[in-house]
Design a binder for this molecule. Structure first.
Ligand SMILES: CC(C)(O)[C@@H](O)C(=O)O
Ligand SMILES: [Mg+2]
Length: 558
């Protein structure tokens, strides 16, 4: 491919006498005559000092830019936003979390679309960054690579952010005092990097690597490590190679690649957010993926990783034994991955895995296929009279696979949290948290505070929680989220009354409100939509455009 063919977009901005004003501007940011003849590589950085997940990404962006320069391109760094779920969780501000995914995708599309980058590297840290970046790259469909900022190291005594959330529940129960709670708070977050278990950030990074949009190994690296620096430089270089071969996201993010991503997420015991984000990414790439694909794939893929929140180990411990590449090789050899998928190395998944060595014999983080932690998926898609268009449950089996209990209904996360903490919620209850959906919240908050409070209070196997909101990757217990249609749209979750019996069955994949159809209809007639919580600003805009959680909660429908 000629240099000019590789400058499909930047040539429109910098070539010819008429473009002198644009070149004048670019000279001021460091372009030389020679640079105008190079492909421009946009480096989307989610750097921010507001969260440890992203506080090191400015340095990583500079490494990626150097990598692009060294391969004959011209790297141009630009920034997009991030918000931190670990900080906003349980507050009004958490309504902005899922919204930030759209803002990130929109801003990458906007900056690259306006400036004429020929290729891109996008670097994400906190969990919504990852799908946000990839959605931006997919919309642009220019040769590009995603880089994960890397995982945080464990805090002292094997703690992490979820340890702090669960300590809040232990404190409420009286098991630990304020001094002990503060000690957990002080030791859990030792520096830069994304939340340390198989929570949403590590889940999505792994999914994206499995999908072929990150370099092999990228998703399982420590944030502060030479391997991450090398990954960034290599990503900058890889974009130039992708330009040469004209390999675009649409060549990589195929239906089979999404199936690979789902397979790896299940094997890792990953976050329920993967369902939402993969549906959204597929929508962006115009790949036909539905909730039911998670069921079909989930029937044949076991959970193999003993990682938090349901298991014991942290991501950095998986990094130490070789990351997810040996796992992917195991899955490929078992016929569970499509080996012919193209990746950002310019090679297929099978070619990338050819030289990968197996895990050391001594490890017990990743179980063998004949000794799974769970023989099928922990991510269950439930239907029934409570979720006519689907819901997403995380059922590891540790808390059982069937739950029948008495509804205790709350109209917000805060209300529910207060009643869990003060002991009103007791064994046998099904906590219902509604009006937390994408549109009704708005923003579909993550219920990590209530699920952690339930665990901390020792009610993990005797209380279930259902919501039209979503969960953190750190949530565990008997939990069902993404209940659709959401309450604000008139969904049956809005018709539950205190004292009703609710049955959740993760074997038959059903969730039922035990009332007859006539009673359901009577309640439906009496239901009234509440006033929206926001009338102006980004949350109101979001509520007006967002689709159902069962469709990925996207805002750019046709
Ligand atoms: C705070 C967490 C654990 O990062 C959460 O937001 C997640 O979704 O995993
Ligand atoms: Mg999150």
């Amino acid at each position: 491919m000629t240099q000019d063919q590789r400058r499909k977009y930047s040539s429109q901005v910098v070539d010819g006498a008429g473009r002198a004003p644009g070149r004048a501007m670019l000279r001021a940011v460091g372009f030389s005559d020679e640079d105008f003849r190079k492909p421009q590589i946009g480096i989307a950085s989610t750097w921010s000092n507001l969260t440890p997940c992203n506080m090191h990404i400015d340095g990583l962006a500079r490494e990626a830019s150097r990598g692009a320069d060294s391969a004959g391109g011209k790297g141009v760094i630009f920034n997009t936003i991030t918000v931190s779920d670990g900080i906003s969780m349980g507050s009004e501000g958490m309504r902005y979390s899922l919204v930030s995914r759209e803002v990130i995708a929109d801003s990458i599309e906007t900056a690259a679309g306006a400036e004429g980058f020929d290729g891109l590297v996008a670097i994400g840290g906190c969990d919504k960054n990852m799908p946000g970046c990839v959605m931006g790259l997919a919309r642009l469909n220019r040769p590009s690579v995603f880089v994960y900022g890397g995982t945080i190291k464990p805090g002292a005594d094997h703690t992490d952010i979820v340890s702090v959330f669960e300590a809040v529940g232990q404190h409420a129960k009286g098991d630990i005092d304020l001094i002990e709670l503060k000690a957990v708070e002080e030791k859990a977050i030792p520096g830069a990097g994304s939340c340390g278990g198989m929570y949403t950030a590590n889940t999505m990074a792994s999914a994206i690597e499995a999908m072929g949009m990150s370099l092999p190994g990228s998703s399982a690296q420590n944030a502060v490590d030479d391997t991450k620096v090398q990954d960034c430089q290599a990503a900058g270089q890889a974009v130039l190679q992708l330009l040469e071969q004209d390999i675009k996201p649409s060549d990589i993010m195929t239906r089979e690649a999404f199936e690979n991503a789902i397979t790896v997420v299940i094997a890792l015991g990953g976050s329920t957010n993967a369902v939402l984000h993969l549906l959204a990414m597929a929508h962006t790439m115009e790949v036909n993926l539905t909730l039911d694909d998670f069921t079909t794939i989930g029937q044949r893929v076991p959970v193999l990783a003993d990682l938090r929140p349901s298991g014991q180990y942290m991501m950095s411990e998986l990094v130490a034994i070789g990351g997810i590449q040996p796992l992917m090789k195991m899955l490929l050899e078992a016929g569970l991955l499509h080996g012919d998928c193209m990746t950002v190395t310019g090679k297929t998944l099978r070619e990338n895995l050819a030289e990968v060595a197996p895990y050391p014999d001594s490890q017990d983080i990743i179980h063998a296929l004949n000794d799974p932690i769970k023989k099928d998926s922990h991510l269950r898609i439930l239907y029934g009279n409570l979720a006519p268009t689907g819901a997403v449950a995380k059922i590891t089996g540790k808390e059982g696979t069937r739950f029948s209990g008495t509804a205790r209904v709350f109209h917000s996360e805060e209300e529910a949290q207060a009643r869990i903490i003060d002991g009103t919620v007791t064994a046998g209850d099904v906590v219902v948290i509604r009006y937390e959906g994408p549109r009704g919240g708005p923003g579909m908050r993550e219920m990590l505070s209530p699920t952690s409070a339930i665990m901390g209070r020792g009610l993990g196997d005797s209380v279930a929680l259902i919501t039209d909101g979503r969960f953190s990757g750190g949530s565990h217990g008997f939990v069902v989220g993404h209940v659709t249609p959401e309450a604000y749209e008139g969904g049956p979750i809005g018709l539950i009354e205190n004292g009703d019996t609710i049955t959740i069955d993760a074997e038959s994949n059903e969730m039922r409100l035990e009332i007859d159809d006539a009673e359901m209809e009577r309640r439906r007639q009496a239901w009234q939509r509440p006033e929206p919580r926001y009338r102006r600003g980004v949350l109101a805009k979001y509520a007006r455009t967002v689709s159902s959680a069962s469709e990925g909660a996207v805002t750019d429908r046709d």
